[in-house]
Structure formats: structure tokens, C-alpha cells
Design a protein around this ligand. Structure first.
Ligand SMILES: [Zn+2]
Length: 405
């Protein structure tokens, strides 16, 4: 999952800020599933958006100027210039989302490769139309977006004007003007883990401003109607993953501000967190964090990271155990190769952690392929058209799955 590759920050319906819990490290998925659900999306903003002319007069865009001074006061940064604003009808908004996904920098096959790789890994079900549904879901439910390439706030015409949502998007505009979000994003999007981590900082910051704006103005938040088409309802792991920048990001930013003061956020943008580990545990791991480079890249080569590993393990062990195991992940390299094959090398902080992961992984795989896997140091499994191997040496566990189907 590449969260938000071009930082087209969208705030999705169903976002209820007040219910973010400040007490736990782990997502209680039922509570969050029903409350703070947001999605962020992909791609490049097409030129037709900047060329919009009459839209500057749209009342929704006029509201942007009214909200600006409060955002400056809350965020303690002045706008260097005014972000553009564009209102699109839902159909155009959807088309625009779709074109963004299609134009993703991984090339036209990027989403299809991710879909195939995640299915082989078992992160999403076989039946889910990932490549198709990501833009559909985002197009249906976005309330507004900010795009750093064109410096524009984009608002679907059919949505109700909401000042707090604009405060949120304006915060992204400030982040962009001061810290060059586009550049940060390009770097972070080399991997799932780093994209989630940057997303958490950016969204946590924007949610904090949005929440303070609501308090300041005593703004009422309307009940949101959700359009969840049955065909594109997000599978649980994907749902939790897309929520991560908001749920964990809000907790992370509040923690940082309470500990180090609001100005420390600006310092963080200069050297942003690179792993979900850092967001979840609020500590920067010692040593250099490797960011997966695209230079040597089969079809996909990246790092899934702690949070996504936890999501995968939840399907086999109790969810809390899944996250506890994943906590000890030190580093990982996930590749999808031509010929429907994935290779996932994971590096753990101890031999014990590696063997705990391996046991949980065996259970994920037995469930997924419907074959009982006997406890063994290393195993190879043939399940119909699929061949699976898990090998470990010391702190390292390597999973390979290839499919001829
Ligand atoms: Zn946002």
C-alpha cells in the first residue's frame, strides 16, 4: 500500500475527531472502524484542475479565505501565498482521482502489481478489486483534498461546506509551503512503511489544527452519510492501513506536542519519521533506517514495516498478539517478481522474536492455504497451484510464495 504518494490529502466522510482515543497504542478496530475513517489517495493532479477559472468565485472557495487567519493562528505559521481552490462535481472528482491513480509514478502497472503481491501475501482477499476500488472508494467519500503539485485545494461540489475540513486542508498547504511536501512525499513513497510514517505526521498535524478550529469556533459537525458501495468496501487490513495516518498520526502528534511543544513539529518535518515503529512507539530507532530504493526493483520492491506486518498476523493470532510480535521487526524487504512470486525477507531484533514471527506466519499460511503446517525449522509447502517456503537463519525469516495459477 502506498499511502498518499502525491500527498493528495483527502478528508473522508465519517471522520469524527472527538472519538480518537488518547489512551492506547493499539487500534481497537471496531471503535475506530465506526468512527475515524478516512482515506487518502494517490496520484498526480491533472492540469485541468489548475486551469479552472470560474471556480475562484465559488462560495466554497470563498470560505477558504475566511478560514485562513484561524489556521495561521493555530498553526503559528503565516501563509507565504494563497493556495488555489477548485470545486469539481462528483463525476469530475472521481475522474480526477482515477487519473491520479493511473498516473502513479510506479507506472501504469503499479496498482495491479500491488494487488497481485498483496493477494499472494494474503493481506487482501482474492475477490477484492484493489486497483479498481482504491480510486472508486476515495472518489466516493472524499470531502476535500490538497495537492502540493498544483498547490490547490480541491472540493467536490456535492459536499456540504465545512470550515473545519478546509482548516485541515489549509494545514497541508502550510506544510507544503514550509517543508516541501511534494519532495518529502517522493522520498517516503518508496515504501509502504515510510509512506505511512510521513502520512501520520502530516495528517496528525492537520487533524490537530482541525480539532482546535472546531473548539475555537464551536463548530457543529454534521452527521455524515457514507457511500460504501458493497463491491468496494475496504477489506479489514486495508481499512486499518488507510486509517493509520489519521488514527496513529493524531496520537503521535498529540504526544509530541505535549512532550516537546508545538514548535517541535516543524523540526520533525525537516527530518520526518520513516517507520511506523517510530509513530507507534514514539521513539526513533537507533542506527540508520534503510529506505527501500527503487533502483533495483523487480516489479515492486519496498518495505512493509511494523504496522502492516501486524495487520497480516492478526488474521491468525489474536490481534494484540499480532501487533506485539510485529513490534520486534527491525527491517524488511518485500519484493514482487515477474511470474507471480513474492519474496519477503524480515529481520528481527532477536532469535526469539524471529521464531515467534515464524510460528504466527505458519498459522497465517495454514489458514490461508487450508493446509496444516507442522512445526518445523524451515518448511516448503505446495498447496495446489501455489508453492510456499519459509526459511529462517538466526534473526532472519524469509518467506517466498509463487503461484502458477
Ligand atoms: Zn489530511
Amino acid at each position: 500500500m502506498r499511502i498518499d504518494p502525491y500527498m493528495l490529502f483527502s478528508v473522508r466522510r465519517r471522520q469524527l475527531l472527538s472519538s480518537v482515543t488518547h489512551t492506547t497504542n493499539f487500534v481497537d478496530e471496531k471503535r475506530l472502524g465506526a468512527t475515524l475513517r478516512t482515506i487518502i489517495s494517490y496520484g498526480i493532479l491533472f492540469l485541468f484542475l489548475i486551469s479552472g477559472s470560474a471556480s475562484a468565485l465559488d462560495p466554497k472557495c470563498e470560505l477558504v479565505d475566511k478560514v485562513k487567519p484561524d489556521v495561521e493562528a493555530i498553526r503559528e505559521l503565516k501563509f507565504k501565498n494563497s493556495p488555489k481552490c477548485e470545486v469539481l462535481n462528483r463525476e469530475d472528482f472521481y475522474r480526477f482521482k482515477k487519473s491520479q491513480y493511473d498516473a502513479d509514478d510506479g507506472g501504469p502497472g503499479r496498482l495491479e502489481n500491488e494487488e497481485a503481491a498483496y493477494k499472494l501475501l494474503g493481506l487482501i482477499p482474492e475477490s477484492y478489486r484493489y486497483a479498481y476500488c482504491l480510486s472508486k472508494e476515495a472518489g466516493d467519500n472524499a470531502l476535500a483534498s490538497y495537492d502540493p503539485r498544483t498547490k490547490s485545494i480541491v472540493i467536490p461540489a456535492e459536499t456540504e461546506s465545512r470550515a473545519d475540513i478546509l482548516a485541515h486542508e489549509l494545514t497541508h498547504a502550510l506544510q507544503d509551503q514550509y517543508f516541501n511536501l511534494e519532495k518529502l512525499q517522493r522520498r517516503a513513497n518508496r515504501g509502504t512503511d515510510s509512506a505511512l510514517a510521513l502520512g501520520a505526521l502530516a495528517e496528525g498535524d492537520a487533524l490537530r489544527v482541525q480539532r482546535e478550529y472546531i473548539d475555537r469556533k464551536k463548530q457543529k459537525i454534521p452527521e455524515e452519510k457514507i457511500t460504501d458501495s458493497a463491491e468496494c468496501a475496504l477489506p479489514p487490513a486495508l481499512n486499518l492501513q488507510t486509517e493509520f495516518p489519521y488514527t496513529f498520526g493524531a496520537l503521535y502528534v498529540d504526544f509530541i506536542v505535549a512532550r516537546d511543544g508545538a514548535a517541535s513539529l516543524d523540526e520533525l518535518f525537516k527530518d520526518p519519521p520513516k517507520t511506523t515503529h517510530e509513530i507507534i512507539h514514539r521513539e526513533r530507532p537507533a542506527g540508520v533506517v534503510r529506505t527501500t530504493e527503487k533502483k533495483f526493483r523487480p516489479l515492486l520492491s519496498e518495505s512493509l514495516g511494523e504496522y502492516t506486518t501486524g495487520l497480516l498476523l492478526r488474521s491468525a493470532v489474536t490481534k494484540e498478539d499480532g501487533y506485539k510480535i510485529a513490534k520486534h521487526l527491525r527491517d524488511d524487504e518485500f519484493s514482487y517478481l515477474a511470474g507471480k512470486k513474492i519474496r519477503w525477507r524480515t529481520d528481527w531484533d532477536s532469535v526469539l522474536a524471529a521464531s515467534n514471527f515464524k510460528r504466527a506466519l505458519a498459522s497465517v499460511l495454514s489458514k490461508r492455504f487450508g493446509v496444516r503446517i507442522a512445526e518445523a525449522p524451515n518448511f516448503v509447502l505446495a498447496a495446489g497451484k501455489d508453492a510456499v517456503s519459509v526459511e529462517s537463519v538466526g534473526n532472519e525469516v524469509v518467506l517466498e510464495i509463487s503461484s502458477t495459477g
